[in-house]
Design a protein around this ligand. Structure first.
Ligand code: BG6
Length: 467
């Protein structure tokens, strides 16, 4: 079995992690521009990042050289609406038009995330997602995007990793402004507001444009640590709370019953207004986008609250429901993330079985401390065979999932170019293109092609037949 002819090979980035120009050209601040996570972790912030704002022409031409069919990037909400609502920043609109012009020139399909962790600070100051009016703000923002770019973009993604913002907001830096007493209840209230906002925006997209739209959570299948029925139940709990809560609401327009009973016993059922459930029910995504890095393994919870690792891909536990354990059958990357390509096939099959909607993988990849060396042609490069091995193994499994009958229409690993990691700075790199800067020394920000650049170029040119 082959990849379909029009398969969308590409890669991903997000605005705050690569654009830079965080306080220029009329952009308002976002929560990520002032996030304490960077100081806490002693890593670089996002003021300059990869300087993609100024260098997108060069970056997109390198993507074209790799043969990209698609580029998944996010629009910065506060670059479009500096206050989150109201006045539109025309410079921001013009910037993204220039990015789209460039992509069009190279026949690269834009896949655009509307919101990737960077809520406008002005909205956060009014309570962020805890405040119900952020639903209207997101709808207003979407309507600005659809009216300016609706005829240029065929694929929209609503919210990147809503589930990780709820479960791991501290690691990502999206919840560092939260000042509430009943934290968990507030989080699930935020979650409800995001679900309603997403549903409204999916409806609006179908009303205002001919484009397709879908959610973009981070999905991990969940293995039981042993065949003990208690561990099986723990795995079922974890999957419902981590995955299906989010996708069932987006696709079926209802709360997953296991996740609901978890929220009920924890006393964290959100305040649901009249009409909210009808809004969820009446919206339909056209596809499911999801990010996959690793699966998780759990055992029955012993009830005690165990120390959580502050990382979105590790250490998730819910006392009383499930407890994460390492999977000793898998190798780990240098940041402790388990590498599980076969689990990727399993995960694709699970999402397909459950929802029967076309799927696109919007993140997958290997974070590593790349080392720049001088190549044969005297030009700096990175010999990132470890990244090639990771991607090759995952693409092979994706091909097998397609043979299994899964409808997968694109693959956009993380990341097109090196960018600032959510909480591990510039040294944790994912790109096919090296960005010449260090954690705090900006150097010349020059772009260098890694070995994986040439490898991915050949994968795309042969449409995945030779890996
Ligand atoms: C995902 C996010 O969680 O993982 C990205 O959508 C992020 O924004 C990526 O960068 C890799 O995670 P990290 O923590 O290594 O940057």
């Amino acid at each position: 079995m082959m990849f379909p002819n029009n398969f969308l090979w590409g890669a991903s980035t997000s605005a705050y992690q690569c654009e830079g120009a965080a306080t220029s050209y009329g952009k308002g601040l976002s929560v990520m521009d002032v996030s304490s996570v960077f100081q806490e972790c002693g890593v670089t912030d996002v003021e300059v990042a990869s300087d993609h704002y100024h260098r997108f022409i060069e970056d997109i031409s390198l993507m074209a050289e790799m043969g990209f069919k698609a580029y998944r990037f996010s629009v910065s909400w506060s670059r479009i609406l500096p206050n989150g609502i109201g006045e539109v920043n025309e410079e921001g609109i013009a910037h993204y038009h220039r990015v789209l012009d460039e992509l069009e020139k190279h026949h690269i399909e834009p896949i655009v995330t509307m919101y990737h962790f960077d809520l406008p600070l002005a909205l956060q100051d009014k309570g962020g997602w805890s405040n119900r009016s952020t639903i209207d703000a997101f709808t207003e923002y979407a309507s600005v995007l659809f009216s300016h770019f609706g005829d240029r973009i065929k694929y929209w993604l609503t919210i990147n990793e809503q589930n990780m913002m709820i479960i791991h907001g501290d690691a990502l830096g999206t919840s560092s402004h939260r000042k509430v007493n009943n934290e968990k209840k507030d989080l699930y209230q935020q979650n409800h507001h995001m679900l309603v906002a997403q549903a409204k925006v999916m409806q609006l997209c179908h009303k205002m444009t001919d484009a397709k739209i879908g959610p973009a959570p981070n999905i991990s299948s969940v293995y039981p640590a042993t065949p003990h029925p208690d561990d099986m139940l723990a795995a079922s709990n974890a999957s419902a709370i981590r995955n299906w809560l989010y996708l069932d609401a987006a696709v079926f327009g209802k709360y997953n019953s296991i996740a609901w009973s978890f929220m009920e016993s924890e006393g964290i059922i959100p305040d649901i207004h009249e009409g909210d459930m009808e809004v969820l029910k009446s919206a339909q995504p056209d596809f499911i986008a999801f990010n996959y890095y690793s699966n998780m393994t759990v055992q029955r919870s012993r009830g005690e609250s165990i120390t959580q690792v502050k990382d979105q891909q590790m250490g998730e536990s819910e006392p009383g429901y499930f407890e994460s354990v390492p999977n000793h059958t898998l190798n780990k990357n240098e940041y402790g993330w388990e590498i599980d390509p076969i689990g990727f096939r399993y995960c694709l099959r699970e999402v397909w079985d459950r929802y029967s909607l076309p799927m696109i993988v919007t993140e997958n990849g290997l974070g590593a401390k790349d080392i720049l060396v001088i190549g044969d042609d005297n030009i700096p490069t990175v010999i990132d065979d470890y990244r090639i091995d990771y991607l090759r193994a995952h693409i092979k499994q994706m091909r097998l999932a397609i043979e299994d009958g899964c409808d997968v229409f694109g693959y956009c690993p993380w990341s097109a170019i090196d960018l600032v990691s959510t909480h591990q700075g510039m040294n944790k790199r994912y790109g096919f293109i090296y960005v010449n800067r260090d954690e705090f020394d900006l150097k010349d920000l020059a772009r260098y092609k890694k070995k994986s650049f040439y490898w991915y170029q050949s994968v795309i040119s042969k449409n995945g037949t030779s890996l």
